[in-house]
Design a protein around this ligand. Structure first.
Ligand code: TYD
Ligand code: MG
Length: 458
């Protein structure tokens, strides 16, 4: 008998090594390397390829093409993130922490599509049929014509789908429970997850069904994370949220058929996920208007404006190394803003403990939040509350200058709509001003600091 071949594969980043190690050299994660048999399937090398394979047909780039055919489920926040609906023949990965609401969202989408007369098959590898039915009852969609199957073997799933005569939408919940006979590794390992995902992607391309793969984000590396299949699917959506909040955000991070950076906002309720069409109003809902250290940031998520409260607390520190705690923003970005405040504006802030929080459990990645963060910090340090109807946005440069950012007019329009009459930003030039809105343009952070300090005296 031929010697069985095995490799050591990191379950977090899928790096392959020849021997086991406690720490993956590629991604730095601990305890993620698992031995997998790689006799066949992915990783088996060229000798497993069929001899005498046919050649592919070459065609000119300039040929006829069709637009992607889509179907919308009617849950607008989901349709927005997919770029206008599910694309026929495409594979979509929906990732997220366990318990965040992936199965709930997809069951709601499945029911909505089935109600439109689409053929939807929901394959649950994690929950028994009874559990899925119970959830459907809770969501009040138990009458929908969704077909269920509880199965984890890829070959059986494919045979079932073939027997069913195809489908418009197939949901696989989750990809980590799937296993195929073609590889020997245990379910949940990189090789299994990849080979299974590949089989499902091929099924989508071949039959024109849209396939949704659910993937749990894993922390300890015992099972492969959704990252290892990101490259083979057409779109990747991540479902995020904070366990202590009811908001859930569906974020597109890759989309071959539409925009990325779009978000869909949902609220988890007793009756499942509810769409939030006006997230700004929701995120500002419980704002403490008169408090020092609170600034409203006019942000952008994809094409969509979003007003978000940023809270800062600057407190004298008893420690030699003051504490910095940041929730929802980049901590190195905070260090930069603090350094600019110290050295360019002469504000003594570095020796304090500093806490920064983005309200509502949201995560902000935009540099445009710099100005709002700086305003919240100065306000907390000086004890001067910011004007209640003011928004802030702008990027701060290392020289202490304030730079204008993209999508100014959309940000201004959203602020005006929600009654924020005063906008503070970098120099705009001829940007479209909204009626009745005053705009303070700052060229340097020092000017903004001066204005906040002056409001305290005045
Ligand atoms: P679920 O969709 O099972 O999460 P995932 O598939 O991402 O693991 O959602 C689980 C959580 O959602 C669970 O803690 C209960 C909560 N939930 C509600 O609050 N309301 C509902 O109507 C449903 C169905 C779930
Ligand atoms: Mg689930």
């Amino acid at each position: 008998m031929a010697k069985r071949k095995s490799s050591f594969i990191c379950q977090s980043c899928a790096a392959v090594s020849t021997q086991w190690a406690g720490r993956c050299e590629s991604c730095g994660e601990w305890n993620t390397i698992v031995e997998e048999l790689t006799d066949s399937g992915i990783g088996a090398g060229p000798k497993s390829a069929k001899a005498g394979a046919q050649s592919a047909q070459l065609v000119p780039l300039s040929g006829e093409s069709e637009d992607a055919q889509r179907f919308q489920c009617g849950i607008k926040e989901l349709d927005r993130v997919t770029g206008g609906g599910f694309v026929k023949g495409s594979a979509i990965l929906v990732g997220g922490d366990p318990g965040i609401g992936k199965s709930t969202l997809l069951l709601q989408a499945a029911a909505a599509l089935a109600n439109q007369g689409k053929r939807v098959i929901y394959v649950s590898g994690e929950e028994a049929i009874a559990q899925v039915r119970l959830r459907a009852k809770r969501l009040k969609v138990e009458e929908s014509a969704v077909d269920l199957a509880a199965e984890t073997n890829v070959e059986i799933i494919l045979a079932t789908l073939e027997q069913a005569g195809g489908a418009d939408l197939v949901i696989i919940d989750s990809i980590q429970t799937l296993w195929t006979d073609r590889v020997d590794s245990a379910p949940g390992t990189v090789t299994q997850v990849r080979t299974s995902a590949q089989a499902m992607t091929r099924f989508a391309k071949k039959t024109g069904a849209a396939v949704v793969l659910v993937g749990h984000v894993t922390k300890d590396g015992q099972i492969a994370g959704p990252r290892v299949v990101e490259h083979m699917v057409d779109a990747v959506l991540y479902f995020e949220g904070d366990a202590s909040h009811t908001f859930r955000i569906l974020r597109g991070v890759k989309n071959r058929y539409g925009p990325t950076d779009e978000i869909g906002v949902f609220e988890m309720t007793q009756l499942g996920l509810k769409e939030v069409h006006h997230p700004s109003a929701l995120f500002l809902d419980q704002r403490d208007e008169g408090a020092a250290g609170s600034a409203v940031f006019a942000g952008m998520e994809g094409t969509r404006p979003l007003l978000i409260e940023i809270q800062a607390l600057v407190a004298p520190s008893p420690l030699g190394t003051p504490r910095r705690a940041v929730v929802g923003w980049d901590s190195s970005r905070l260090s930069m803003v603090l350094a600019v405040l110290e050295t360019r504006c002469g504000i003594k802030i570095g020796a304090n403990d500093i806490y920064l929080n983005v309200a509502g459990g949201l995560k902000i990645n935009e540099p445009a939040a710099d100005l709002a963060v700086a305003a919240a910090l100065i306000s907390s340090l000086t004890g001067a509350p910011l004007p209640p109807h003011a928004v802030y946005f702008g990027e701060i440069s290392l020289s202490g200058g304030v730079r204008p950012v993209v999508h100014t007019s959309i940000r201004l329009r959203e602020s005006a709509k929600l009654g924020f009459k005063n906008a503070n930003t970098g120099q705009l030039g001829k940007a479209a001003k909204q009626g009745g809105q005053t705009i303070n343009e700052f060229t340097s952070l020092e000017q903004l600091a001066g204005r906040i300090a002056a409001s305290k005296k005045g």
